[in-house]
Write a protein that binds this ligand. Structure first.
Ligand SMILES: C[S@@+](CC[C@H](N)C(=O)[O-])C[C@H]1O[C@@H](n2cnc3c(N)ncnc32)[C@H](O)[C@@H]1O
Length: 597
């Protein structure tokens, strides 16, 4: 690695400075020529009907539901290194180049110069990343270890973008005209806090000031350009997910940045390891514009709108946002739903009963009591209800269980607040395998039914590893005499869960939708391969799960969760496997017993 002194005398340093300066001003010209490597089934257009949306992406030929529209390696990716952020059990340290889980892909090589902050799975990955990391490393080395651990992956993505600009003129041309909304920052600064900004925007503006000054000290580049680059990343980067749809970092890609938002998207990005695959969620016609969702679709309407306004600076006018009531708070009749007041948690039921209105209001008030603090403003309250997963104390847990029990008979189980309750209870019952499996089933069932309703694969949030853990923990408890359960019922439900997980996997990863019987066959095959393990012991089960996690694309270490399996456990699996398949009419009707909260 070169030292900072020689870097600052290098031509690379000068190129970066010149590129940042160039990015600071827009050209307003047509950008298509800078995207000449796009496949010919997509093209960039200028939508007329959505205010300042500028460009969008359209299809040049029809696509079927499930069809791959475009596969690409994101231009830039950064794995999350700050362990306190969104940390989930299944997450593992990722290789900074290929993004594979280090415990799956290899022992791990650390970059010595930044004291192991950046890790790789092998020499090849380290070499492949060298061109960017050698400059990144100089930047990171200026911090002590404690400070470095606090550096967010957003800041690192901006840093990597700045470095890449010096190496790629085409990227400079692409970035010049990307939507960034950095003008809001300058307006806020110039008008001396007169412009209304939310607390989260203010926090972002403060972070921008600190990032851009740090970059200014290091690169001595144009400050306006550096600030614009921060906003290019805020507005155009996307969360990087592992197979289980858990956030593991962020990515930026100039092509993906051109796709506009709809709360009823017609395409979705799915991950196969490092490869991003853009898939049609429904049939899309020639000249139809592509839309992804910038926020989780299954979120209350006002929370979605606030998120879009806050982070992307536009008012969504899609169909889901234009309905009179919020579709995620439906009446049991299916003909109406709640319309929430924008400034509080008061709402009126349109086309449903008063009881339903009362239930929804009570549910939201109680969710507010566990998810937000007293001094939050209305925007933050809504955001925290929709995104927060607080730790519940035993009284709160009991309160939420009773609440779910009380209201499930009044409002539909597939409504958003019921889902939120089950999700909170699922996340707060990790120590109680039975309750945990029960709430996993409940959330999964709702996600699954949404998938059918919407023709849209929402984050199922359910995964093979959760099921494996759930089943194996229960088997162990049964064996140790801690529970006395009807194993038939347990395994039957577990198998159905596994079938649903498998269905999700098949839908996501095969380009054609497959009939149910196919899914069924393949999951039974999967479970059979578990049975095939001759000596049933922990190591074999680990090997099986590790193979599975490798097939599924890295980023997760399934084996960590495996519980020892013994012969009699496998015999129980056999019972189910020998019974063949689950009849269709049982697929979605076997959860009654789990509803006894
Ligand atoms: C990732 S960019 C999408 C590409 C952008 N249209 C362009 O031409 O650069 C995100 C920005 O596009 C605009 N945008 C995206 N979806 C929109 C929509 N449904 N309605 C209005 N503006 C939208 C907003 O300004 C948003 O901040």
């Amino acid at each position: 690695m070169t030292g900072i002194g020689s870097f600052k005398h290098s031509s690379e340093f000068q190129r970066i400075k010149a590129s940042v300066k160039k990015v600071s001003t827009e050209t307003g010209e047509s950008i298509s020529k800078y995207y000449s490597n796009l496949p010919n089934n997509i093209s960039i257009n200028n939508p007329q009907d959505r205010g300042n949306a500028k460009r969008g992406v359209v299809l040049t030929r029809p696509h079927q539901a499930g069809e791959t529209i475009h596969e690409f390696l994101p231009y830039l990716e950064v794995a999350e290194t700050n362990e306190s952020i969104d940390s989930t059990d299944s997450k593992d340290t990722l290789c900074a180049h290929c993004m594979k889980s280090l415990s799956v892909a290899g022992a791990g090589i650390e970059c010595g110069d930044c004291s192991g902050f950046v890790k790789y799975c092998c020499e090849e990955c380290m070499d492949a990343d060298l061109l960017v990391h050698k400059v990144e490393c100089l930047y990171l080395s200026a911090f002590d270890e404690r400070e470095r651990a606090q550096i967010s992956c957003v800041e690192r993505l901006i840093l990597r973008l700045i470095i890449c600009l010096g190496q790629d003129n085409n990227l400079v041309s692409q970035c010049r005209d990307l939507t960034s909304h950095h003008e809001y920052y300058f307006k806020f600064k110039q008008e001396n806090n007169l412009v209304h900004v939310s607390p989260s925007q203010e926090a972002l503006f403060d972070a921008t000031e600190s990032y851009s000054l740090g970059f200014l000290r290091f690169f001595e580049a144009d400050l306006k350009g550096l600030i614009k680059l921060c906003f290019i990343i805020y507005v155009n980067s996307t969360v990087l997910q592992n197979f289980y749809e858990e956030p593991v970092g962020i990515m930026f890609d100039p092509f993906f940045s051109l796709i506009n938002h709809s709360c009823e998207p017609n395409c979705i990005l799915v991950w196969k390891g490092r490869t991003a695959s853009l898939r049609a969620l429904r049939p899309i016609a020639t000249n139809e514009e592509l839309f992804v969702s910038y926020c989780p679709v299954f979120t209350p309407k006002i929370a979605r709108q606030q998120q879009l306004r806050n982070s992307f600076y536009f008012d969504c006018t899609c169909q889901m946002c234009s309905t009179e009531f919020d579709r995620w708070f439906p009446s049991k009749s299916g003909l109406g739903g709640m319309n929430w007041d924008k400034t509080g948690l008061d709402g009126v039921m349109i086309g449903g009963s008063e009881d339903e209105q009362q239930s929804y209001i009570e549910l939201m008030q109680e969710l507010k009591s566990v998810c937000s603090s007293e001094d939050m403003d209305d925007v933050s309250v809504l955001q925290s209800i929709s995104t927060g997963i607080p730790q519940l104390n035993p009284e709160e847990r009991l309160m939420l269980s009773n609440l779910a029990y009380k209201h499930v008979s009044v409002v539909p189980r597939q409504s958003w607040p019921m889902y939120k309750l089950f999700l909170l209870l699922k996340n707060n019952t990790i120590e109680d395998p039975i309750a945990n499996l029960r709430f996993t089933v409940l959330t999964t069932d709702i996600e699954n039914s949404l998938e059918h309703q919407l023709d849209f694969k929402v984050s199922l949030g359910m995964s093979f590893y959760e099921i494996c853990i759930g089943i194996l923990k229960l088997i162990r408890m049964q064996r140790q005499g801690e529970i006395d359960w009807n194993l038939d019922m347990l395994f039957w439900s577990a198998l159905i869960l596994a079938l649903q997980a498998n269905k999700h996997i098949v839908l996501k990863y095969n380009s054609n939708f497959q009939p149910l019987t196919q899914d069924l066959k393949s999951v039974v095959e999967d479970l059979r391969s578990l049975r095939k393990v001759d000596t049933v012991n922990e190591a074999d089960a680990h090997v099986y799960l590790e193979q599975l996690s490798q097939e599924l694309g890295g980023g997760v270490n399934l084996a960590k969760y495996c519980q020892p399996l013994e012969k009699e456990d496998v015999a129980q699996f056999n019972l189910i496997l020998e019974s063949g398949s689950v009849p269709d009419d049982q697929m979605y009707s076997n959860f009654g017993w789990l509803l006894q909260i």
